[in-house]
Design a protein around this ligand. Sequence first.
Ligand code: NAD
Length: 471
Amino acid sequence: MKVRNPRTGQYDYELLVDTPKMVENKVGEIRVAQKAWQKCTIEERVSVLQKWLSSFTQFQGEIAELLAIDTARKRIAKVETGGIIGLMQAWSYRAPQLYNPPAERPSASATTVQIGQQWVPYGVVGVISPWNFPLLLALIDTIPALLAGCGVLLKPSEVTPRFMDGLEKSIAAVPELAAVLKLVRGGAEAGKAVVNNVDAICFTGSVPTGKKIGAACAERFIPAFLELGGKDPAIVLEDADLEVATDAILRSCVGATGQACQSLERIYVHENIHDLFVEIITQKAKAVTLTTNPEKGQMGPLIFEKQAEKIQEQIDDAVTKGATILCGGKVENIDGGLWCAPTVLTNVNHDMEVMVDETFGPLIPIMSFSTEEQALEWANDSIFGLSASVFSKDRDKAIEIASQIEAGAISINDGSLTNKVYDAEKNSFKESGINGSRMGDAGFLRFFRKKALLIQTAHPETMANFEEKNT
Ligand code: NAD
């Protein structure tokens, strides 16, 4: 597979794709090694993870450089590698505290029976990840799954695959880990082969692919943990601090060029502050600098060509239906890279794609509302339910509004806090995902099946008890 460089537009990297047979073989190898891995104590697995932490640290610079080519972002590449070290440390500390199968106890319903409880990890977990945060989303589920005693087959996105070369070196340096963690290279076909061979799937990606994977997992009767797209709304109440709201909303909409699942993508502002809000955020949006010189600037190019087309289509659709562009508004080719400056749109409504379909780009479409009921109705008028924001100086009022939004995490007086807060459990609503949370303690506990050993301590019941004539 030829891979496009998002800064130059050149196809300057070749991805050697794993065939379905190679994927099957890798799963077979992991299965053999996983048996011993599962028998290790949690402390032994933590000590292997610590070895990986030190080899990862050794290759951190190389991995960050490759990621920076994959994504055309230097600073965020460093944040991603640093984030992985943080995750390794956090799970090394937390997983042994959480691994706590209950001690043997008598049953309350059958008092002569003792209950022994075992936690059995899924054998091989398949992790399939997207291109927007290629390293972080490849490892966010992988690390706790490994600590739970699962083997992991990891298939990152074919759009941003260079970082795998560095990551693989860090894994190879720890043979015990390399036996239970293997990488797969390729696109949909390789992903399908992963789904066809593993015992559970952790998938992060789009809703359409998530539905296909969910159906394939249902067919195989294996669990699918699906973390999918979003169309996050922000509600800005009349009493909101406008500096706070405009800073947070701008950062959340255009940070990482809007290519984050938890980006704010539609803004509802109270009519009494709407015009001032629009004026301030437009000024701030115009001040955002592009990293056309890779050594400076705040916002990079769009990573994925097809996404750039979709963003332009949404802008065109909105303008055709009457939207006003106050800044930005065009995907431009600069030296081969595809760039879109922060784009503020007003006079938008829910008949426009930009207010209902995921954008995954730096657009800020703003509507004004007159009542809280109206704002909530619009916020909930979506197939998505990933996350959302509420802005108000009144904490209780903000919580009251947040409680009525159909989404898994609500940031109050900020945007996209789920990219910083990893220890708050949350479930996606509607089509944004399904099954156990990757955040919080569930991020580790969901990898175990609970097995009951039921030990009879008295003589077993006999057939004499079923005699009808004694009834
Ligand atoms: P995508 O669905 O196109 O691809 C994701 C992964 O699935 C890739 O590795 C791809 O090769 C693989 N794949 C594609 N078809 C497959 C199939 N039939 N079977 C198995 N694997 C298959 O998503 P994308 O464009 O890479 O990522 C962007 C999407 O990811 C957005 O919708 C975004 O919102 C979402 N996302 C969600 C979260 C979250 O935590 N909820 C985080 C980041 C991104």
